[in-house]
Write a protein that binds this ligand. Sequence first.
Ligand code: ADP
Length: 223
Amino acid sequence: MIRFEQVGKKYHEKNALVSNNFHLQRGDMAFLTGHSGAGKSTLLKLIMLMERPTSGKVIVDREDLSQLSRKQIPAHRRKIGLVFQNHQLLMDYSVFDNVALPLKISGYNERDSGRRVRAALDKVGLLDKEKLSPQVLSSGEQQRIGIARAIVNKPKLILADEPTGNLDPALSAEIMHLFQQFNQVGVTVLIASHDLALIQRLQHPVIQLNQGRISGPLSVMGP
Ligand code: ADP
């Protein structure tokens, strides 16, 4: 699903990633870990086409991203559900409207959109909260809204950047369990995380970044 071939990224002549290879197969779930500044966010941005590599090739869903034209970028991004640490919710929108936002942007009609939003909210256990403002919900619930919004487009791939950064261990485990559920129905999942205790417990493959280099196996296999 994701293949990096000799991928390097420099910002202003400074290396953020150096000549990395890895392969995450379709249907895998893996963690991306490493110190602050190791290059985790940069690696995720290259997959999203929010940045372009300075060298090497990034292949996602069999497409060489360097070959995609500007017009093809939205379709590429629709394959990917993004989850952030600070969930970036709109507090003056309802839970429903936050989750519906990607569908609105994609031009779905109201009926299909409503059905999809409710299916997504059901999967994260928030169906009864659709009319509320995210503001009145707990941080764990807010993160679940972020996840519902990420999966409402039925992405093939979920990328998460420190999705449990603000949560206590019990809530973090709950959020990881949700990712595992999506993975079990075939979605490929890549999660950048600092939380080594949680990562060790879950026993998924780990891509370890150290100063812009992946250490460990080049090809990451399923558990
Ligand atoms: P991580 O997510 O592991 O903390 P990042 O990918 O954010 O690491 O950063 C990797 C390196 O690239 C760091 O040295 C960081 O300072 C640098 N960097 C990241 N984004 C930019 C940018 N937009 N401009 C310049 N340097 C950047």
